[in-house]
Design a protein around this ligand. Structure first.
Ligand SMILES: [Zn+2]
Ligand SMILES: [Zn+2]
Length: 384
């Protein structure tokens, strides 16, 4: 079968001390300090066979994620930009859907022909965080398309316990092709859901919400906030195209943050009361958090979803005076998140397919990544 394989050289940066874990497993904890000179190519690879608890999925759609772009882009020394857990070579791609083709001997709840999507985080279920109910913080984590083979390929093998059926989405759209596209968007939408509703504890209908960054996660946060009854959703985003997409999925107000002072805009639009929920989906917290803290409502919440390995100056006095909180959020597993996102899509309360702005076939996946580096698209979908 064909797959988009990423290979890179294991060349730890000068001064980067490899841990015992990294030497033993060949997995880099800080990918951007270890992997150099990445190369992406569509290659012929072996078709996977299912282990007893796995299913093999014939992939139909796989979205390009910001992390995939950070594998492709390098710094001046040739290192990948992605700072997280990685093991190469591997097939990339982790936001996908498809049809179950084959099931392992122990699989009971799925059968060939089922339409499914899958979590990306392969949590073990045995470590202390997993057993305590926090799969997004599993200490034995494997990640599809990061440390194990991903879905920009004709087939992928995945543990059945990570798969979720999307037949209800197909019923809603009455169109399988669209259902697979929506199914591939469940994962990024779940990342936003986890931030706002699980980690941040959500907000009441009628709340004011401000979202910084309208890439796919910020766009999902926008759609989810509107569906959850936000009275005003205010979005800040550099790209004009993405601001338009934010409007399409439910933003009431969109601004280029270079043209306004975001905190002043939020205070103005909320009649001086501030935002009840603010979402950092820009990965630029040194710029966004100082604005957010000036626009906190009493009981205001900030959720950090964007990634940035940076220290951020914060004025905690403001959090005391406004009785406010900041939540760190990572992942999308557990807490009924995937099934809830699937229900929202099946009910027509959110339509994330509106954010798809380009489609490529697998043979042109490298071109698709090249285009994604411009960061003007909503979601680019690889159709297989
Ligand atoms: Zn992703
Ligand atoms: Zn675990």
């Amino acid at each position: 079968m064909k797959g988009l394989v990423l290979s890179a050289k294991w060349e730890p940066r000068e001064g980067y001390e490899l841990s015992e874990f990294e030497r033993r497993t060949g997995k880099a904890i800080t990918g951007s300090s270890v992997w150099r000179h990445p190369k992406l190519e569509v290659k012929e690879v072996d078709k996977p066979a299912p282990k007893p608890d796995e299913v093999v999925i014939k992939v139909k759609a796989c979205g390009i994620c910001g992390s995939d772009i950070h594998f492709y882009e390098t710094d001046a020394d040739g290192y990948i930009l992605y700072p997280g857990l990685t093991k190469f070579p591997t097939i990339i791609g982790h936001e996908f859907s498809g049809v179950v083709e084959e099931v392992g001997s122990e699989v009971q709840d799925l059968k060939p022909g089922d339409m499914v999507t899958s979590e990306e985080m392969i949590w073990c279920g045995y470590c202390t965080p997993c057993r305590n109910g926090f799969p997004n913080h599993c200490v034995n984590l494997e990640e599809i398309g990061f440390t194990i083979p991903g879905a920009m390929a004709e087939y992928i093998a995945v543990g059945a316990k990570y798969c979720w059926k999307i037949d209800a989405i197909a019923e809603h759209y009455g169109d399988e092709d669209k259902a697979f596209e929506a199914g591939a968007l469940v994962e990024p939408t779940s990342v936003a859901y986890n931030g706002i509703f699980e980690r941040g504890g959500g907000f009441r209908p009628g709340a004011y919400v401000a979202i910084y960054g309208a890439g796919p996660i910020g766009l999902a946060a926008t759609a989810l906030s509107k569906a959850a009854g936000a009275a005003k959703v205010i979005v800040f985003e550099l790209s004009e195209r993405r601001r338009e997409l934010a409007k399409a999925v439910g933003a009431d107000f969109v601004y280029d943050p270079r043209e306004v002072v975001p905190s002043e805009v939020v205070m103005d639009l909320t009649g001086g009361q501030g935002a009840d929920m603010q979402v950092e989906a820009a990965g630029a917290p040194t710029k966004t958090i100082p604005e957010m803290e000036k626009a906190l409502a009493i009981n205001g919440k900030i959720v950090q979803i964007g990634r940035a390995a940076q220290r951020v100056p914060m004025y905690l006095e403001r959090f005391q005076v406004r009785r406010s909180q900041l939540f760190g959020s990572q992942g999308h597993s557990g807490h009924a998140i995937f099934p809830s996102v699937i229900r929202l899509m099946a009910a027509g309360l959110i339509d994330m397919t509106k954010i798809i702005t380009a489609r490529f076939d697998l043979d042109h996946a490298v071109e698709a990544l090249e285009r994604a580096t411009k960061r003007e698209d909503g979601k680019i979908m690889i159709k297989i």
